[in-house]
Design a protein around this ligand. Structure first.
Ligand code: SF4
Length: 487
C-alpha cells in the first residue's frame, strides 16, 4: 500500500503522491463562482497531496490568491474564499517532490510580469530542472524557492522570440513543451485566460470537463488532474487533455493551441492505475476501478492460493482484492478497518507509537479472521515496513495463514517523474529476493503481479504506452541529472 502518512517527516516511510491541479473558466455572461468550484475540485483531489493548497483567481488585471500549509479544508474558510472573486480560477494541492515543505513552495506560484500577473499550478517533476535553473541564473533571473515549478513560472515570464510588446502565450507555452523534460501537467493563469498543458509523454493525468448550470446548460469549463473532481462540482467529463496538447480556456470556451504529438508513444504513469488515482476516476477511457479489478484477476491467475477468505488492505487495494477473489472463486470479505479520519498532523507519534504505526491506522475484524486462512491483497510494497506489522495484526486476530498478494510488480527503482517513492537503498525489493521479502514480512507466501500481467490489466500495448520505470528501470525520459542522487 502506498499511503501518504500525515506527519511532517513521514515517519513510516511511505511514498508520497505528486500533486493535484484544477482550473475553472466561466463562459461569457455566465455566473460561476470559480473559486468555490476550484475549492471543491481540490477537495476531491486531496488524495494527490496533503501538504499545502492554494487558489488564485483573476478579475481584470488583478489576481487574488490564498495559499496555506495543510489540507484543503484547513487552508480555506468562507473568509479566505470570499476575496477570491473572478470568472477564472486555478488551484493546487501539493505533496512536494522537489523543494522543501514550506509555504514559499506552496502553489499556485504567482509573479508579476511586464504584462500583468502570471500564476501557475504544476503536477509532476521536471527531470532537467537543474539545467533549466542554471540557464535562468545565467540570464540574471533570480529564484526564491527550490521548486522546479518556479523554474517553469519564470520560463513563462520570459518573452518568446519575436515578441513585439504583446505577450505571445502560445509561443511561450510551446517553449515549455519543447525545452522541459519530465512530467508536467500545468494550469497557467495569464491575461485573463487559463492555459492547460500536458507534457508530450502524458506522464501525469489531466482532463477536461464542462461545468453545467441549473438548466443543464454549459456555463464554463474545468480542467483537473482527475475526472473524479468533476462530479463534485457538477461538471461533465469531456475528454483527457492529450499528451503534448495546449488548451486555452476563457470566456469564449476552449481552444486548442497545440495539437498532441501523435507520433510519440505516451507514457502515463502506470502507478496511477495501481494506486494514485481515485478508483472513480477515468484514465485513457477506462475506469480506474475496473482496471484495479483486472489487476486482481491477473494476480489470481499468476498466484492462486489455498485459502478460505480474500481481504484487501483498505481502501486502495479493495478492487484488486475483489477481482482476485472472483477469479479464484473464494469469498471476499473485510478483514481490516481503516481509520479514515487520520488527517495531516504535526503531532509526532513518538517511538512506541511509531513502532506500532499500523495499529494507529488499522483494526482487524476478528470475527472474519479467526480460524481462517487469509489472502491479503495489497497494491504495492515499497519500503516493506508496513506489511510485516499488518501480517502480525492478522495473525494476532486469529488468522491461521496469511498469503500476501501484491497487484503490482516489485518496486526496484526510484521515480524521478513526480512520485516520491523511495531511494534505491530504501526499496525492499531492490535489496531482497521475493522469498526474502516474504520472510521479512512474516507471510506464509508472497506473490507479486508480473510486469506482463500488469500490462495486460491496464491495457499497455502497441498503441498505449505506460511508464513502468519503478518496476523495470526503463525510464521514458533522460534522468541523468538524478542518477546517483537517490541511490
Ligand atoms: S517511475 Fe513509477 S511512479 Fe514514477 S512515473 Fe513511472 S510508473 Fe509512475
Amino acid at each position: 500500500m502506498i499511503e501518504a502518512w500525515p506527519t511532517a517527516d513521514d515517519p513510516f516511510g511511505h511514498p508520497r503522491e505528486a500533486c493535484g491541479v484544477v482550473g475553472i473558466a466561466a463562459l461569457a455572461g455566465r455566473r460561476v463562482d470559480a473559486a468555490r468550484a476550484a475549492f471543491f475540485a481540490l477537495y476531491a483531489l486531496q488524495h494527490r497531496g496533503q501538504e499545502s493548497a492554494g487558489i488564485a483567481t483573476q478579475v481584470g488585471d488583478r489576481v487574488h490568491i490564498h495559499r496555506g500549509m495543510g489540507l484543503v479544508a484547513q487552508v480555506f474558510t468562507e473568509d479566505s474564499l470570499a476575496p477570491l472573486q473572478g470568472p477564472v480560477a486555478l488551484g493546487h494541492t501539493r505533496y512536494s517532490t522537489t523543494g522543501s515543505s514550506v509555504l514559499a513552495n506552496a502553489q499556485p506560484y504567482l509573479i508579476e510580469t511586464l504584462h500583468g500577473p502570471l500564476a501557475l499550478a504544476h503536477n509532476g517533476n521536471v527531470t532537467n530542472a537543474r539545467a533549466l535553473r542554471r540557464a535562468l541564473l545565467a540570464r540574471g533571473v533570480g529564484l526564491v524557492s527550490t521548486s522546479d515549478s518556479e523554474v517553469l513560472t519564470l520560463m513563462l515570464a520570459e518573452p518568446a522570440e519575436g515578441e513585439d510588446g504583446v505577450p505571445d502565450w502560445p509561443a511561450r507555452l510551446d517553449r515549455i513543451m519543447t525545452r522541459v523534460q519530465g512530467a508536467f501537467s500545468l494550469v497557467v493563469l495569464a491575461g485573463g485566460a487559463l492555459y492547460a498543458l500536458r507534457d508530450p509523454l502524458g506522464l501525469r493525468p489531466l482532463c477536461l470537463g464542462e461545468l453545467i448550470g441549473g438548466q443543464g446548460e454549459v456555463v464554463g469549463h474545468i480542467v483537473a488532474s482527475e475526472s473524479a473532481a468533476f462530479g463534485t462540482v457538477g461538471a461533465r467529463f469531456v475528454r483527457e487533455v492529450a499528451p503534448g496538447e495546449i488548451l486555452r480556456l476563457d470566456a469564449d470556451g476552449v481552444a486548442r493551441l497545440r495539437a498532441p504529438e501523435e507520433a510519440r508513444r505516451p507514457a502515463l504513469c502506470v502507478f496511477e492505475y495501481v494506486y494514485f488515482a481515485r478508483p472513480d476516476s477515468q484514465l485513457e477511457g477506462r475506469d480506474v476501478y475496473m482496471a484495479r479489478m483486472a489487476l486482481g484477476r491477473e494476480l489470481a491467475a499468476e498466484h492462486p492460493a489455498d485459502a478460505d477468505l480474500v481481504i484487501g488492505v483498505p481502501d486502495s487495494a479493495t478492487p484488486a482484492a475483489m477481482g482476485y477473489a472472483a477469479a479464484v472463486g473464494l469469498p471476499y470479505g473485510e478483514g481490516l478497518m481503516k481509520n479514515r479520519y487520520i488527517g495531516r498532523t504535526f503531532i509526532q507519534p513518538g517511538e512506541a507509537l511509531r513502532r506500532s504505526s499500523v495499529r494507529l491506522k488499522y483494526n482487524p475484524i476478528r470475527e472474519n479472521l479467526a480460524g481462517r486462512r487469509v489472502v491479503l491483497v495489497d497494491d504495492s510494497i515499497v519500503r516493506g515496513n508496513t506489511m510485516g506489522p499488518l501480517v502480525r495484526l492478522l495473525r494476532q486476530a486469529g488468522a491461521t495463514a496469511v498469503h500476501v498478494r501484491i497487484s503490482s510488480p516489485p518496486v526496484r527503482h526510484p521515480c524521478f517523474m513526480g512520485i516520491d517513492l523511495a531511494s534505491h537503498a530504501e526499496l525492499v525489493a531492490d535489496r531482497l529476493s521475493v522469498d526474502e521479502v516474504c520472510a521479512h514480512i512474516g507471510a506464509d507466501s508472497l506473490g507479486y503481479l508480473s510486469v506482463e500481467g500488469m500490462g495486460r490489466a491496464v491495457g499497455t500495448g502497441p498503441r498505449r504506452g505506460h511508464c513502468a520505470a519503478c518496476f523495470t528501470g526503463d525510464y521514458p525520459v533522460n534522468v541523468d541529472e538524478h542518477r546517483g542522487e537517490r541511490g
